[in-house]
Structure formats: structure tokens, C-alpha cells
Design a protein around this ligand. Structure first.
Ligand SMILES: Nc1ncnc2c1ncn2[C@@H]1O[C@H](COP(=O)(O)OP(=O)(O)OP(=O)(O)O)[C@@H](O)[C@H]1O
Ligand SMILES: [Mg+2]
Length: 232
């Protein structure tokens, strides 16, 4: 499948009038009330907002994991309302990655196996997987402890393995939901330094939810969600 634009200034993500409501009992709660946003190739966007403001909800919708109640999302030139499950799965394997806050890794696979997993799922040969994983691990400085299971790694190590797994497919865009949320200050800073390098040196666009104003400062642009809308 064709990749869309590689130059900075090319829109890789566009949300228009995105609304999301949840039915809770006999009530409907409107979490997102009309989000308009654009992400350009190579950008690093931080999404801020209070707990419960809808940051994770928005990220899931932008990444095609969840659907909006109203509005549209265009990701890498495709309207997500009309892509098939097959195309969405292929986009997840090759063009976008998602890093969750917790439970990122498959518990019964080693760090190395976790990192390689997206390539294996994409049917790549074992030799190619090993080579790509080795290059990414070198880049991230995580060449040790690759034979450990996730529970044998610290939180910071697990998060770096999750970043490696997000990177092996050479995505154009990585979504991250509070990637430093469970880390102490120093480990959080290390992960942010790695994200900064992933963005600057590899040119990967990042959309990162964070609670930390200091971590949001690494981004090239900040978006704040309040009352279901982006604060101007
Ligand atoms: N499946 C669901 N059903 C009903 N309500 C939901 C559902 N998912 C989320 N919500 C509600 O939507 C609101 C936004 O949730 P969301 O997880 O997006 O917040 P958040 O900004 O990511 O918060 P946090 O910073 O705590 O992670 C919350 O009030 C939550 O209770
Ligand atoms: Mg959240």
C-alpha cells in the first residue's frame, strides 16, 4: 500500500468535528464535543487536559481503535469511516503504532520477542526481524536484558521495549497514551529523551497524551482539551 507524503508540511492526520458520547445508564455523556485538529508529517504534538477530559478517548479515535459518534478522521489520506478492517490492520502493522500507558507488552514473550512481534505478524522473515530489532535496540540503547520477560524488567525498561516495538515497523506516526505516566522523574525524562530522538532523527510524528507540563515541553505543539473541546 502506498505511503502518503514524506515531506514536512503534509497532513497525515485530520479530525473534523469529532464527537463522542457514552450511554451510562439512562444518561448520555458527551465526552468530546467537536474536536478539529491537524497533525503534519514529522510533528510532535502533546495532548493535555484534566483526568477524565477525554484524552484517551480522543487518541483511540484518532488511531482508529474506537469510532467517533459524529465527525470524521482522516489518517494518512484515508477516511477511517470507510476503511475496511483489513486495511486498518495493515495500517497498524506498517504505518502507525500505539503505545499504551500500562500492559504494553505480551507477558509470556521475552523483550526481544515482544519487539519483533509486529514484524512477525506482518509475515517478515526471521533474519530480517532480527536485523531490524537489533538496529532499533541499538538506537534506543536497550541491548541488554532482551531475553527477560516483561515482569523481569523495570517500568522504565518495559516502556523502552514498548517504544522499540512501536518503532520496528518504521511507522510514520506513533500514538502514545501517557508513556511516562507510571515512571519516576528520571526514568520519565529518559523516555522523553528517546521520544525526542525518535521524532528528530527518524522524523516520526508523535501524538502524545501527558499529564506533565515538563514532558509536554518536548513537543513542537500542545493541545489542551477542556469541556470536550480544544482550548484555543
Ligand atoms: N466505555 C466507556 N463508557 C462510559 N464512559 C466512558 C467510557 N470510556 C470513557 N468514559 C468516560 O469518558 C470520560 C473521558 O475518559 P478518558 O479515558 O478519555 O479520559 P482521560 O482524559 O484519558 O483521563 P485520564 O487522564 O484519567 O487518563 C471519562 O469521564 C470516562 O468516565
Ligand atoms: Mg487517559
Amino acid at each position: 500500500m502506498g505511503k502518503v507524503g514524506s515531506e514536512k508540511g503534509c497532513r497525515i492526520l485530520e479530525a473534523k468535528g469529532v464527537k463522542k458520547s457514552y450511554a451510562v445508564g439512562d444518561r448520555t455523556v458527551e465526552v468530546l464535543k467537536g474536536i478539529d485538529m491537524v497533525v503534519e508529517d514529522g510533528e510532535f504534538v502533546a495532548v493535555l487536559g484534566e483526568s477524565g477530559s477525554g484524552k484517551s478517548t480522543l487518541l483511540y479515535i484518532l488511531a482508529g481503535i474506537d469510532r467517533p459518534t459524529e465527525g470524521s478522521v482522516t489518517l494518512l489520506g484515508r477516511d477511517l469511516a470507510s476503511v475496511t478492517d483489513e486495511v486498518m490492520a495493515a495500517m497498524r502493522r506498517r504505518e502507525i503504532s500505539f503505545v499504551y500507558q500500562f500492559d504494553n507488552l505480551v507477558p509470556h514473550l521475552t523483550a526481544r520477542e515482544n519487539i519483533i512481534l509486529p514484524l512477525r505478524l506482518d509475515g517478515r522473515k526471521e533474519k530480517e526481524c532480527a536485523e531490524v530489532a537489533a538496529e532499533v535496540c541499538r538506537f534506543l540503547g536497550i541491548e541488554e536484558r532482551l531475553d527477560n520477560l516483561p515482569r523481569q524488567l523495570s517500568g522504565g525498561e518495559q516502556q523502552r521495549v514498548a517504544l522499540a516495538r512501536a518503532l520496528v515497523t518504521s511507522p510514520k506516526l506513533i500514538f502514545l497514551d501517557e508513556p511516562t505516566g507510571s515512571l519516576d522523574k528520571e526514568r520519565g525524562r529518559q523516555v522523553m529523551e528517546l521520544l525526542d530522538r525518535i521524532n528528530r532523527e527518524k522524523g516520526v510524528a508523535l501524538v502524545m497524551v501527558t499529564h506533565s507540563a515538563a514532558h509536554a515541553d518536548y513537543a513542537s505543539r500542545k493541545i489542551e482539551i477542556e469541556d470536550g473541546l480544544i482550548q484555543k
